[in-house]
Design a binder for this molecule. Structure first.
Ligand code: PHB
Length: 365
């Protein structure tokens, strides 16, 4: 009796509300438009692990924080760009024109983010970059806010570490595109300014790299250490060749940014990962209560998959939720970016804030 009375009362309230705001009573009537987030990621192809991690993190954020924010139902529209820049751009245009998305997010590689920047600017739609990490990206549109990291920010500390740990001669090996060039430039500058010597700088192709001949060159140059940046997904091949070619046995130390030994592939790398020294903004082993809860929930929701640093950029969904709350559920791209650009919060990675001048994350490495 009580429950049927309750249901009919709710129905009356819903229909009055719907009549007031001009909505249909079929299904659930929302007082506000849904919040449509277009999440564009490489979900197939060589960088699919990045897409898988970020999508899982976005879904986990929604599961843990509810799918209604500022009174708006959150609609995540996930699209696979296969890692091809022209596809990313076309999908972004379609999402804006056809689906009327309020926010673009994802961007698994630098070229994908660069190709889409002008779309965000023209449509005045916020573009939350969760993975791509070349420093120049945020300068390409005032609507870009970065949730992940930049290569210069994670590279500088390992150069300092090398200088303090008796590493005098270093070879560098980076992938020949934006983030690799950022990493090489930052490492070489810091290391040589501190008195170190670069014996060789090698750049490997982004697509289908064969690391073996490059690592042979490094071995012949006999450095104290090899500094490596390769994008997430390519670390296993580098680590295997490093062992197989006898560089570790020759006493060459492997150092780098954390991309080369990311948490997702650590088990696949196995023993060769022991002794590698990297600097980074995230580790699944970070012992904060927030991170322990995050790792547990992530693994439970994803068949035991361990979250890596790409996931933590995806968990930057927080920026979108908080910007909606701050603006009272706004659709205005400029207001949303304004709300994001001064935000600070405790992420599973540690304390994070967005630098209002650059729209880049400030975080502990
Ligand atoms: C990038 O394309 O900017 C990128 C991709 C993978 C990484 C880091 C940076 O691990």
């Amino acid at each position: 009796m009580r429950s049927s009375l309750f249901v009919s009362r709710r129905a009356v309230v819903a229909s009055v509300l719907a009549a007031t705001v001009g909505l249909s009573t079929s299904g659930i009537a929302w007082a506000a438009d849904p919040l449509k987030i277009g999440l564009i990621l490489p979900l197939t192809g060589p960088f699919a692990s990045t897409g898988r991690q970020i999508e899982a993190a976005c879904r986990l954020y929604i599961a843990r924080n509810g799918d209604i924010v500022a009174g708006r139902k959150v609609e995540l529209i996930v699209k696979d760009d296969t890692g091809a820049p022209e596809t990313t751009k076309r999908i972004a245009q379609d999402l804006i024109v056809q689906q009327k998305v309020n926010i673009l997010a994802g961007f698994g590689l630098t070229p994908l983010a660069l190709a889409t920047a002008s779309v965000a600017t023209e449509a005045k739609v916020p573009m939350v970059v969760m993975a791509a990490a070349t420093s120049v990206i945020t300068t390409r549109s005032p609507f870009i806010v970065r949730a992940g990291f930049t290569l210069p920010q994670v590279t500088a500390p390992i150069a300092e570490w090398a200088l303090k740990n008796n590493v005098k001669r270093v070879a560098t090996l980076v992938t020949d595109f934006g983030p690799g060039l950022d990493a090489e430039k930052t490492f070489v500058k810091r290391f040589t300014e501190g008195g170190g010597t670069i014996v060789e700088s090698i750049r490997t192709p982004l697509q289908n790299p064969d690391f073996a001949p490059f690592l042979q060159r490094v071995k012949d140059a006999k450095p104290d250490a090899l500094f490596v940046f390769v994008p997430s997904g390519q670390g296993t091949a580098v680590m295997k060749q490093f062992g197989d070619r006898g560089l570790a046995a020759a006493g060459i130390k492997l150092i780098g940014t954390g991309d080369v030994v990311d948490d997702d592939i650590l088990d696949a790398i196995g023993a060769p990962a022991l002794g590698v020294v990297t600097s980074f903004h995230y580790s699944a082993a970070h012992p904060s209560p927030e991170n322990k809860a995050y790792v547990d929930a992530f693994m439970k929701a994803n068949n035991g998959m361990r979250p890596n640093f790409m996931s933590i950029g995806g968990y930057g969904m927080h920026l979108i939720y908080e910007a909606e709350k701050k603006t009272g559920g706004s659709n205005d791209g400029e207001k949303l970016v304004e709300a994001m650009r001064s935000m600070s919060w405790t992420s599973p990675r540690g304390p994070v804030s967005i630098d209002p001048a650059t729209r880049e994350p400030v975080q502990t490495v």
